[in-house]
Design a protein around this ligand. Structure first.
Ligand SMILES: [Zn+2]
Ligand SMILES: [Zn+2]
Length: 372
């Protein structure tokens, strides 16, 4: 029995490592780490090997077929991940209903959680639909000048440009999404799960979606945990273990037996708890990262632009400093100027937050902006 637990533990740890590496391995904190290496292998290396072996075994036509599928899945709008999301949520809720609703109500869980969980999942789906199907803030010929006025160019990461595809000026903070084939104001990123860009008008729904799903997962973990605790209590497991089997009444001697009982009689709930806990952990990291961006009024797209700008500027300053040192015949050490991120769109936490809740284009002042 202990062996099975070890296999489960190792399996869980490897799954977590692979999932975290795949989803978050490109984050700056994982640079030059094992997690970053696994990410690069999964994202680039493994696919490249796969393509080469397909070409080798089945010929170049088969490889072109794989590339065409990849083009459809990754570079064109498609509902694959949307369908995947809805099926995972549906499957999880179905599993919870069939495996655990018979324990509601129980010692620690009130009857109302049957209805509350349904509303919880329903609200999650509504937020998903709102993010997926509402306008992210498309820049068109009719509103482009209003957007240009609302978002001034900072002449650091944004300067006056024209979108070569839409043939209209590119307001600062906007980007042309090649998948959606449109310019999106305050472009954050193209979200495959939503099959939509996250931009000026739907960042609020996206953030609410992330937070709500984190909350739902934690809610699931807590209720399932309370159901198991209730089962321990109602079936008097601790009493049976101590009084009948004569196990010492202490946490360290009882816990392995309790875990063993839970694994053998409630393995579905345990698996659900582990899955929901992992997802909630990923969601809270993702939500925290985006909340930090929102409160500093930076988009994901801009965070990359700032990274590029700062590393380019630092290199330039270093070169300038070493040139100055050479000029002084290395007699004095020239200090390298540090580069600061001067984000003109950051107006303080409160105003940044309200800009997410009420986007600039939905304010009365926006329609009054000049339209040429
Ligand atoms: Zn465009
Ligand atoms: Zn897009």
């Amino acid at each position: 029995m202990m062996e099975v637990q070890w296999i489960l533990l190792v399996h869980g740890a490897i799954t977590l490592l692979v999932v975290v590496s795949f989803l978050c391995g490109n984050w700056p904190i994982f640079e030059n780490t094992f997690v970053g290496k696994i990410h690069r292998f999964i994202v680039f290396g493994a696919y490249d090997y796969f393509l080469r072996s397909v070409a080798c075994i089945c010929g170049s036509k088969a490889r072109d077929g794989v590339l065409a599928v990849e083009y459809y899945c990754c570079d064109r709008p498609n509902p694959i991940l949307q369908i995947f999301y809805v099926s995972v949520v549906g499957m999880m809720y179905y599993l919870i209903v069939t495996s655990s609703f018979r324990y509601i109500p129980s010692y620690y869980v009130g009857e109302y959680h049957r209805i509350a969980s349904m509303f919880g999942v329903g609200i999650g789906l509504v937020l998903f639909l709102l993010t997926s199907f509402s306008d992210p803030g498309t820049v068109k010929a009719e509103n482009v000048w209003q957007y240009v006025s609302a978002y001034p160019y900072d002449n650091i990461i944004y300067s006056e440009k024209v979108c070569s595809t839409c043939k209209i000026p590119k307001p600062a903070r906007s980007k042309h999404c090649s998948i959606c084939n449109r310019c999106v104001a305050r472009f954050d990123h193209h979200c495959g799960w939503m099959n939509k860009c996250i931009g000026e008008k739907n960042t609020r729904y996206f953030m609410a979606f992330l937070f709500w799903h984190f909350f739902l997962c934690v809610y699931g973990v807590v209720i399932l945990g309370l159901i198991l605790a209730g089962q321990l209590k109602e079936r008097r497991i601790i009493y049976i273990l101590t009084a009948i089997y004569g196990i010492k009444d202490s946490f360290s001697s009882l816990s392995p037996h309790v875990v063993q009982w839970l694994l053998s009689s409630h393995n579905t709930q345990i698996l659900l708890i582990v899955f929901l806990a992992i997802v909630s952990l990923l969601l809270v990291c993702f939500f925290g990262y985006h909340a930090h961006l929102c409160l500093t009024n930076t988009t994901t797209n801009e965070s990359f632009k700032w990274q590029d700008y700062i590393s380019w500027k630092t290199k330039q300053n270093k070169a300038r400093a070493s040139a100055a040192e050479l000029k002084n015949n290395n007699t004095s050490h020239v200090k390298i100027e540090s580069v600061v991120k001067n984000n003109i769109y950051d107006k303080g936490v409160v105003r940044n937050f309200t800009e997410i809740i009420i986007p600039l284009s939905e304010r009365p002042s926006f329609s009054k902006e000049k339209s040429i």
